[in-house]
Ligand binder design. Structure first.
Ligand code: LRY
Length: 559
């Protein structure tokens, strides 16, 4: 029997009294329809339903009897009376509540499970639990299967909108018997995730057999249509701060929350996100914007967009690798979620609301401490195999150039990022120490402490005509021009958007780069390319992360 249901879908066919579908005729039809759809088993409530469904479908049946007893909240096969009813009806598995709550006859779950096992050793016993501890205790007491059925239905277990993946993961790790995923599994991808987490089988009820609940979801969605501007939540996770915003359909941030990035790393950062989402969701409802379309996350580093994980993040955040952020947010917040690299998110923001509006083929370069890239081609972000494409800062623009922290030589980042610019200036000063003309060299901070050099200083000296700074900045512009020519040759964009902190302070760089590329390379590709500053500044991260939701939904990634 266990082999028959392995990795399969079990459909719960239950209707309580007062439900228009109540009664064994209707439930048997439901079960037959489920069988036609590929169900490998049925979960049914009550002796008559169990008997009829088993007879009509021939599928394995998990039987329960729901009955309420005064003085106890346990209602799924709560006493031996219900167990006898289920077994007598011919169920293959008897499922019982195995939570730690007070039972009607004053027994503990373990005592009850032991008695059931003793009375009916040939029937498989399934324990419906709400926590990992309850699952472990149930298996120790003789349960053959443990199911997450009660997660969110006891006062001490968290209840979200979707399945409790964290509980399932914990059960799979800790419980020595097969784990059945059950409870609030609403979409096929969620069911699939349960199997990928190691669950033995998946039970789905309401999303298949309770039409009133399915109808309610649709009706609620339609009620929002046209009455509220769609909005989305964007979260920009950086090394020093996490910025989250409620972004409306025009790209305006309606509400904003900023917190310092928790220094403790992965767990602490993840734990900080759901409260931000909750606050912004409440803002959305309070402002009449309706339920946010989803949560988009922009994160520095390498993001696996297919799996929704941060593969390896910024070194500024400890332990920020292999972070299953999408699954975590969906489970914790009950909203669809997406994640992408922060500069990809910035590119989306510029495409939806900024300098690249109306362009289908464009490239963004974000010039900050390092350099990130985002490529949009044919209206879509270019992701490569898993999302790592467009590391344009690590495009080499000089074969024999300085070595870069990526291990390569002559990367754009080594010339045109804040860090690269400072390093080049430091080298140049070391080669010509007396050359800072404006401002006495003795006062020159780098003369005393080269570590205090900043990109801002380099640009200040550049403006004052210092020949070393002029040469260093000129090389930066030249490197950017070579990069843009390469970009034009490879991607054939109509526009290249330069953003990030450096361009926000030095927007003239765009015109300087544009002047340098004219007449170079393949004319038909390079000449028409406009080089423009980003329109969205600090807000690009949050707006882009929100735009990620709309983009993914529009491009068929709706969840
Ligand atoms: C908590 C409780 O009483 N659960 C019951 C258990 O049999 C059923 O009402 C659920 O429909 C079943 O667990 C499947 O879950 P979902 O309908 O969420 O897919």
């Amino acid at each position: 029997m266990l082999e028959r249901i392995h990795r399969g879908l079990i459909v719960s066919c239950q209707a309580s009294e007062g439900d228009p579908l109540y009664g064994p005729d209707m439930m048997t039809r439901m079960a037959m329809a489920a069988k036609l759809g590929g169900a490998v088993g049925i979960r049914a409530n009550g002796g008559e339903d169990i008997r009829r469904i088993k007879e009509a479908t021939g599928l394995p049946v998990i039987g329960i009897v729901k009955r309420r007893y005064e003085g106890s909240d346990v209602y799924i096969t709560a006493t031996m009376r219900e167990v006898v009813e289920v077994v007598a009806a011919g169920a293959d598995v008897v499922a019982v509540d195995a939570t730690s709550r007070m039972r009607p006859e004053g027994l503990t779950a373990a005592e009850f499970l032991r008695r059931v096992k003793q009375a009916f050793p040939h029937v498989l016993l399934m324990a419906d639990v709400a926590t990992v501890d309850e699952g472990v205790a149930a298996a120790a007491a003789g349960a053959d299967l443990v199911a997450s059925t009660m997660a969110g239905y006891t006062p001490y277990s968290p209840s979200g909108d979707g399945p409790d993946f964290a509980l399932l993961r914990g059960l799979v790790e800790a419980v020595p018997v097969p784990v059945i995923a059950e409870g609030r599994i609403q979409r096929p991808e969620q069911a699939r995730t349960c199997i990928e987490l190691g669950c033995w089988a998946v039970v789905v009820g309401s999303a298949i057999t309770r039409p009133q609940e399915i109808t309610r979801m649709y009706a609620a969605a339609l009620a929002q249509a046209g009455t509220a501007a769609p909005c989305a939540i964007g979260i920009d996770i950086g090394g020093t701060k996490i910025a989250a915003g409620l972004v409306d359909a025009t790209g305006c941030i309606q509400a904003r929350r900023v917190i310092p990035t928790p220094a403790a790393g992965k767990e602490a950062i993840l734990a900080a996100l759901p409260p931000l989402v909750e606050e912004l969701r409440a803002e959305a409802l309070a402002r009449g914007l309706g339920l946010p379309a989803g949560v988009g996350v922009g994160a520095a580093g390498q993001v696996d967009v297919r799996r929704g994980t941060i593969r390896s993040g910024t070194p500024n955040i400890p332990n920020w690798s292999d972070v299953p952020i999408v699954e975590y947010l969906e489970q914790a917040c009950g909203l669809p979620a997406w994640v992408d690299n922060d500069v990809n998110a910035m590119a989306l923001a510029e495409g939806w609301f900024g300098a690249a509006r109306g362009h289908e083929n464009f490239v963004c370069l974000a010039l900050g401490t390092g350099i990130g890239g985002g490529v949009v081609t044919g209206g879509r972000l270019l992701h490569g195999a898993w999302g790592g494409a467009a590391e344009l800062g690590h495009m080499s623009v000089h074969l024999a150039g300085p070595s870069c922290n990526c291990g390569h030589r002559g990367c754009l980042e080594a010339y045109a990022s804040g860090r690269g610019l400072v390093e080049r200036m430091r080298e140049a000063l070391a080669a010509a120490p007396g050359s800072v003309r404006h401002g006495a060299p003795s006062l020159h901070p780098s003369a005393r402490n080269p570590a205090s050099l900043s990109a801002e200083m380099v640009f200040r000296w550049y403006r004052s005509g210092d020949p070393v700074a002029v040469a260093v900045v000129d090389r930066m512009v030249q490197a950017l021009a070579v990069a843009v020519i390469n970009i034009a040759h490879i991607f054939n964009p109509t526009i290249v958007v330069l953003g990030g902190g450096i361009v926000a302070h030095e927007p003239w760089l765009c015109a300087a780069v544009a002047a340098r590329i004219r007449g170079a390379g393949i004319r038909s590709l390079v000449d028409p390319v406009a080089v423009v500053p980003a329109a969205l500044r600090e807000e690009a991260g949050v707006v882009g992360a929100a735009a990620l939701c709309w983009t993914m939904m529009e491009q068929g990634g709706a969840k």
